[in-house]
Design a protein around this ligand. Structure first.
Ligand code: HEM
Ligand code: HEM
Length: 176
């Protein structure tokens, strides 16, 4: 098996942001999709909202950081088709990490509940009301892109495991 000296890893800030945001997104996909069922046992929505807003803040930091460096090179024999596919998936992730929280922020701003950031402070609401078309559009976008995000995560994790266990290349270890 190759040692870390044989391949280049993502830098430590990129790895820390990838895994912390990844865990928070898995939590939000879970609480978003199973929210209604969960509500019987635990009121998950306030935490879903606060976590979504935390994802927005961390993603802005991550996006800013990402503009300052280029990703580590793939091994020379890495399939160019995979490379393009990975770049497209990663680019879509960056967009979704910003669009999902912003659409959530927009449509919940028109709701009656305050947007509490884990009870620490009230997150500002946008000056919107339920009759505005942007509110309905944001709600629908949140729902559709939420499911698209979940499907893409399954693909992404599947690809990482396929590289690691089937192709036995360093793709996953570059992110560890
Ligand atoms: C990356 C962050 C986020 C992800 C991945 C995410 C994902 C999801 C998903 C998959 C659903 C289920 C869609 C449905 O069945 O209707 C959902 C619902 C919901 N999300 Fe998010 N969300 C995020 C951020 C936010 C934010 C920031 C807010 C508000 C501040 C929010 C508020 C809501 C609400 C209120 C619902 C329930 C909507 C309904 O039942 O009609 N989400 N979210
Ligand atoms: C759950 C939400 C996740 C999101 C939103 C996400 C997002 C991303 C993004 C945007 C990149 C590109 C990094 C960059 O160029 O800055 C990336 C890379 C990577 N992710 Fe994830 N990730 C998630 C979870 C996971 C999980 C659970 C695994 C492992 C099983 C994983 C394994 C990897 C690997 C190996 C790379 C490097 C791929 C390459 O260099 O081509 N990710 N991820």
């Amino acid at each position: 098996m190759a040692t870390t000296a044989d391949y280049v890893r993502y830098n430590s800030v990129a790895r820390a942001l990838h895994w912390s945001i990844g865990v928070l997104i898995l939590f939000n996909l879970f609480t978003g999709i199973f929210g209604e069922g969960l509500e019987k046992m635990w009121e998950s929505m306030p935490v879903h909202k606060a976590t979504g807003l935390l994802i927005l803040l961390l993603s802005l930091v991550r996006f800013g950081w990402r503009l300052r460096w280029t990703t580590p090179d793939y091994p020379v024999d890495f399939n160019p088709g995979f490379r393009k596919f990975a770049a497209a998936t990663h680019g879509t992730f960056y967009l979704l990490m910003l669009i999902l929280p912003v659409t959530g922020w927009i449509f919940t701003s028109a709701g009656k509940y305050p947007l509490s950031f884990y009870g620490l402070f009230d997150w500002p609401k946008l000056a919107l009301t339920k009759d505005m078309p942007i509110v309905g559009a944001a709600h629908e976008t949140h729902e559709i892109l939420g499911y698209a995000f979940a499907a893409l995560v399954v693909l992404h994790v599947g690809a990482a495991l396929y590289h690691h266990f089937a192709l036995k290349d360093p793709t996953l270890r570059r992110m560890l």
